[in-house]
Design a protein around this ligand. Structure first.
Ligand code: SF4
Ligand code: SF4
Ligand code: F3S
Length: 265
């Protein structure tokens, strides 16, 4: 935090499962230790914080006071009934977000929760959950959706901002084009099977075991914008389709309503 060359990052958690943080913790090249120690100064992150309770609240206040940080938001923000459905230290998520956004230089909504409200926003959205950009209108907000997103898409967004002092160009859903500019279907390794009409007709059949296209068992790759087949997840190098499961469309707004049923057979 004391090194002026390392930008400060404040990371808030609201309605979420912490899967985005967990996924990032498993990143490599750069791994999270390098990211924290060499590139950024993670001044506040509840999952990684040694402090708890009052001390953690004070750390957040101090980080906000200093200002000039990149704000990362993981989780949806409930607005119904005055925002009472997510409170931390007696404050509503929406109040904490507004306060932390005031002095942020840029805001990254990580995961489909932070970007678009998340699974908790599924119909009938009982808590009125929304994404960050539905609330914060006077600051640049970039969305890095996915449930969870690939850590490298988040890290690349941070590094882009550090290098160019601005956020990368985005599509109409606020997603960086370098990561979400093409469809999953465009680069899928099963695409030759799709083109030749070779499909898994149901899970476990011969076509499934042969690695044929998963479209007929529910894959949403043709409607989903993300670089999953190219970047894959961390050093294990897998992604949903490579392990025999269709894409759920997890980078798309409202995928929990628009992409279901996820499995067709
Ligand atoms: Fe969890 Fe998915 Fe929300 Fe990330 S986007 S916090 S992985 S539910
Ligand atoms: Fe497209 Fe999905 Fe088939 Fe891959 S598995 S070719 S993404 S429909
Ligand atoms: Fe999500 Fe589909 Fe990629 S489910 S992780 S966008 S392959």
């Amino acid at each position: 935090a004391s090194d002026p060359k390392r930008p400060s990052v404040v990371w808030l958690h609201f309605q979420e499962c912490t899967g985005c943080s967990e996924s990032l913790l498993r990143a490599s090249h750069p791994d999270i230790a390098t990211l924290i120690l060499d590139l950024i100064s993670l001044d506040y992150h509840e999952t990684l914080s040694a402090a708890a309770g009052k001390q953690a609240e004070e750390n957040l206040e101090n980080a906000i006071e200093k200002g000039n940080y990149v704000l990362v938001v993981e989780g949806g923000i409930p607005l119904k009934d005055g925002g009472v459905y997510c409170k931390i230290g007696g404050k509503t998520a929406v109040d904490i977000l507004r306060r932390a956004a005031e002095k942020a230089v840029a805001i990254i909504a990580i995961g489909t929760c932070g970007a678009y409200g998340g699974v908790q926003a599924a119909k009938p959205n009982p808590t009125g959950a929304v994404g960050v950009s539905d609330i914060i209108k006077d600051k640049p907000v970039i969305n890095v959706p996915g449930c969870p997103p690939k850590p490298h898409n988040f890290l690349s967004t941070v590094l882009y901002f550090l290098t160019f002092k601005k956020l990368p160009p985005t599509d109409k859903f606020g997603r960086p084009l370098f990561a979400y500019g093409r469809k999953v279907h465009d680069h899928c390794e099963r695409r030759p099977h799709f083109d030749e009409g070779r499909y898994a007709e149901q899970f476990g059949d011969l076509g499934h075991r042969m690695g044929f296209c998963l479209y007929k068992v529910g894959c949403k790759g043709p409607e989903t914008y993300s670089n999953c087949p190219v970047i894959r997840f961390n050093d294990v190098e897998v992604w949903p389709v490579s392990v025999g499961n269709g894409c759920y469309g997890c980078t798309e707004p409202n995928f929990w309503d628009t992409m279901t049923p996820f499995h067709k057979r």
